[in-house]
Design a protein. Structure first.
Length: 514
């Protein structure tokens, strides 16, 4: 109970703080508006001294500024008067409450028998009323919890549907003016069957009776078109479930409203009892009040002690709330600072990566442009290259080829040494006369070199001579007819290694083009 009251008190304090901050912000905005108007009028006055033609506009601006100041002053004065009146009323209520506390502290519990009997009777009646109310409240709370459990038993608040599908279902119902209130007051009141196993004929029978029923039928037809993942029977079943769900929710709301009404009656009864008790104490004679000073003083001391204890607890709670707010603000600031730092690092990293990529692209473009310019210059002026450098490159090229050949020969010799030669496996070949002939009797062409391997053994000079011979004999034109008409085909080679053509198979060497 104490925790609930402290939470409500904290919420009320937060609401007051927020309202005060909002009023302060609004007041600052109004003051800033008045200040701007005054500054503008002052600037106009300065310009009017140099140009007398602007005096009329200056008078208008000054009148506007005066009107704003007057309206602002009048509004704030009314607000101040309102706050002053509220403060006086609160002080008056506090004084009355303190006087009532003082009277309750000196209350004599030992009254005459008749009065005591009447008080006992009223106390017993109030106790019986309180017990009955408490039992009724417990019963209402139990009913609300049972309704919650029943709502969960009927497949929750959406019957297992997806959020988007259920929202679309409700949206279509609202488009046809079938809100919760209308369904609760009209559809359920007319007795549509809300069973999950109800057939479509039940709904169609009701549809023909009223315009509202026709709207329901149209809405369900549109739902079957829009919600493509659900069948018509599933949508109809969902509609029946929705009606049952609305019944349960309406019953729950009624129980809660009745519980609130009981709480309000209980509060009024308590207030009436306190007022009646205070009026009775005021009507008591002074002799009856002063006869029990010792008991009253003890009660007053106890009440003061309880008051100090409650004030101490309230101060402690306020301190805890302030510390919690400060810790929360510090955590929020630290989190914002960390997020800003991460975003800044990410932005710097992305900017650096972008600049590097951009730089690479620029360097690549510059290289391409330089190569294109160099190629263009060489095409325009072939003599621009230095003959000495050309000779040096030719010599280096020849030396590199010679060293590569020597290295290749060494590697081949090493491979031949490391290779273990095994004798050939004899194979049996069947002749027509069923005579078995071994592999040694047949002349084998397995180890004969191919034409391509023979051409690979040729030197560069021999390859150039063969290429020249092919050009003189028009081998390309014979192999590829109309080669001069095809501009995309390079006549220099057959698409493989430059100068060196592809090897012709042995079975095609003796063929001639027609």
């Amino acid at each position: 109970m104490f925790c609930t009251k402290s939470e409500s008190l904290c919420k009320w304090i937060n609401q007051l703080d927020n309202s005060r901050k909002a009023d302060t912000k609004k007041l600052q905005q109004q003051v800033e508006l008045v200040r701007r108007s005054g500054n503008y009028a002052f600037e106009k006055m300065k310009t009017a001294q140099a140009d007398p033609e602007n005096l009329a506009e200056l008078h208008k601006r000054m009148d506007c500024y005066e009107n704003r100041v007057c309206s602002f002053t009048q509004e704030k004065s009314l607000l101040f008067d309102d706050y002053t009146m509220r403060e006086l009323l609160l002080e008056k209520d506090l004084r009355a409450f303190e006087s009532n506390l003082a009277q309750w502290s000196v209350y004599d519990s030992r009254q005459p028998k008749a009065g005591k009997a009447s008080r006992l009777k009223s106390a017993s009646l109030s106790a019986e009323l309180t017990v009955s109310q408490v039992n009724h409240e417990k019963l209402l709370i139990t009913n609300v919890r049972a309704l919650d459990e029943k709502i969960l038993q009927v497949k929750g608040h959406k019957e297992g549907w997806d959020d988007m599908e259920h929202e679309l279902f409700l949206k279509i119902l609202n488009e046809y003016h079938l809100s919760e209130d209308i369904l609760m007051n009209e559809v359920i009141a007319h007795g549509i069957k809300t069973r999950t196993d109800a057939t479509e004929s039940n709904l169609i029978n009701y549809m023909g009776k009223s315009q509202l029923g026709r709207r329901v039928y149209k809405a369900l037809c549109k739902c079957s078109k829009k919600i493509v993942m659900r069948s018509t029977d599933a949508i109809q079943t969902h509609f029946y479930w929705y009606l049952e769900y609305l019944k349960l929710v309406g019953t729950k709301k009624q129980e809660i409203s009745y519980w609130k009404l009981l709480k309000e009656k209980k509060r009024r009864h308590t207030v009436d009892n306190i007022k009646a008790e205070s009026s009775r104490i005021k009507s008591m004679p002074l002799s009856d009040v002063c006869c029990n000073d010792a008991t009253a003083s003890d009660e007053l001391i106890e009440m003061n002690r309880q008051k100090k204890e409650s004030e101490r607890r309230r101060a402690k709670n306020r301190q805890l709330v302030r510390e919690w707010k400060a810790a929360k603000e510090s955590r929020d600031e630290e989190r914002c600072r960390q997020e800003q730092k991460r975003e800044k690092e990410k932005a710097m990293k992305m900017q650096k990566l972008f600049s590097e990529k951009k730089q690479k692209v620029v360097i690549h473009k510059m290289k391409k442009e330089e190569e294109a310019m160099r190629t263009q210059e060489e095409k325009q002026d072939p003599q621009i290259s230095d003959p000495k450098s050309t000779e040096f490159l030719r010599i280096n090229y020849r030396d590199a080829i010679h060293s590569a050949r020597i290295r290749r020969n060494m590697l081949e010799e090493r491979a031949m040494k490391n290779q273990h030669q095994l004798p050939d496996r004899p194979k049996l070949i069947w002749c027509k006369n069923d005579h078995k002939i071994t592999m040694e009797e047949v002349q084998s062409k397995l180890m004969d070199p191919t034409q391509s391997s023979l051409k690979n053994q040729l030197t560069k000079v021999e390859l150039e001579e063969r290429s020249r011979h092919r050009e003189e004999s028009q081998a390309h034109s014979l192999l590829i007819p109309c080669i001069d008409a095809i501009r995309d085909v390079t006549a220099k080679s057959f698409g493989h290694i430059p100068i060196q053509p592809r090897s012709i198979p042995s079975w095609r060497q003796n063929l001639r083009c027609a």
